[in-house]
Design a protein around this ligand. Structure first.
Ligand SMILES: NC(=O)c1ccc[n+]([C@@H]2O[C@H](COP(=O)([O-])OP(=O)(O)OC[C@H]3O[C@@H](n4cnc5c(N)ncnc54)[C@H](OP(=O)(O)O)[C@@H]3O)[C@@H](O)[C@H]2O)c1
Length: 337
């Protein structure tokens, strides 16, 4: 049976608060000269929380920004323009819990000739119980993991993320494209991937939901590691760099679906102790814009500290199996690729 690190939100919150007091080794590594002028960057879930903070920071640094969202269109884009002082901001609709919209989103990017320099997979959910999507999967499995596999499958094959491995096309670039996965350090200590229950929908309550959050971050990190392997040449040199980061505790809307009392309590804790999305976005901006990150892949940051992910995320056999099982599920379901 799969098992995450935390079984209740209080334990997770206390660990997050403790992390805030750790020294941030790379905090001064991001400077105002780390710019994204001329680069096209896409951020999923950019309408609120951490994603909104990332959107403002990347637009402020000169990026042409695509906000991939299911809500807040167009007002959140206008807000990012105002806060960043940039008008190179657009919003596009995507609902990761509905594969049809993922296909349409990817097809439109390709039809519009978009070429991404940076893609940040930020969108995520922390539901308090099982929720079945229109595609028949559990929401946390689909949004926090499987829809990402579909997105990268389509964007890499169509060359929207330029690469010479999955697509033939322009690969003559000064800088290689960068993919950043927003994860959580709570993945450390989650169980190995349970292949029996992989992709199967079943009902559960809040304890399992908490456990699933960190477990699916471990699953996502294992996928990110496998993607970085597949996007590197025989010498391990990346054609597209794939890095992972945990923003630490962020004052966001992540507990929006929690039971009312718990939500009220968590919101107060978030306001007092957690970091603002603007501050939490800075290590993400570092991964997207800094020259120091060029050529790095399968690199993990916990806020501004370099770290190793849980050892299970680097297991090449598990990575290969995860890749195959996830693509098989997409072939079987309406996520047909
Ligand atoms: N908050 C923390 O302390 C913390 C700590 C570590 C890691 N993280 C990670 O940070 C990322 C952002 O979370 P957050 O804390 O900023 O939470 P949040 O405020 O709830 O934001 C989540 C974002 O994901 C989007 N999203 C959810 N379901 C979606 C779907 N089906 N299709 C498209 N977009 C969808 C949301 O869009 P809607 O507004 O339309 O729902 C929203 O933009 C997540 O990956 C989370 O796991 C957060």
């Amino acid at each position: 049976m799969s098992q995450g690190r935390f079984k209740n939100p209080v334990e997770a919150t206390l660990t997050g608060i403790k992390d805030l007091f750790r020294k941030q080794d790379l905090a001064s590594a991001l400077t105002e000269s780390d710019r994204l002028d001329g680069k096209t960057c896409l951020v999923t879930g950019a309408n609120t929380g951490l994603g909104f903070g990332i959107a403002v920071e990347l637009a402020r640094r000169g990026a042409h920004l695509i906000m991939a969202c299911r809500s807040g269109i167009p007002e959140k884009g206008e807000e990012v323009k105002r806060l960043s002082g940039s008008d190179k901001v657009e919003m596009r609709y995507i609902d990761l819990s509905n594969f049809e919209t993922v296909h349409a989103f990817c097809a439109q990017l390709a039809a519009d000739g978009v070429r991404l320099d940076v893609m940040v997979s930020n969108a995520g959910v922390a539901p308090p119980h099982a929720i079945k999507t229109v595609d028949g999967f559990d929401e946390i499995f689909q949004v926090n993991f499987l829809a990402k596999v579909l997105l990268y499958r389509e964007l890499l094959h169509s060359g929207v993320i330029p690469n010479s491995i999955f697509s033939k096309g322009d690969n003559i670039r000064t800088n290689i494209p960068r993919i950043v996965f927003i994860s959580s350090d709570s993945h450390q200590g989650a169980s190995e991937i349970d292949w029996e229950e992989f992709g199967r929908y079943e009902e559960y309550g809040i304890r399992k939901a908490m456990s699933h959050y960190s477990y699916y971050k471990l699953v996502m990190n294992t996928y990110a590691t496998e993607l970085s392997r597949r996007l590197s040449d025989a010498q391990g040199k990346p054609k597209v760099s794939v890095n992972v980061m945990c923003p630490g505790p962020v004052d966001s809307d992540i507990v929006r679906k929690a039971p009312t009392l718990l939500k009220g309590f968590m919101k107060i804790i978030f306001k007092i102790f957690f970091r603002s999305p603007a501050k939490a976005a800075l290590p993400v901006a570092y991964l997207c814009a800094s020259d120091a990150v060029e050529g790095k892949t399968n690199y993990y940051l916990h806020m501004f500290n370099e770290k190793r992910m849980d050892a299970k995320c680097y297991d090449a056999e598990a990575g290969k199996k995860l890749w195959e099982r996830a693509h098989a599920l997409l072939m079987e379901g309406s996520g047909q690729v």
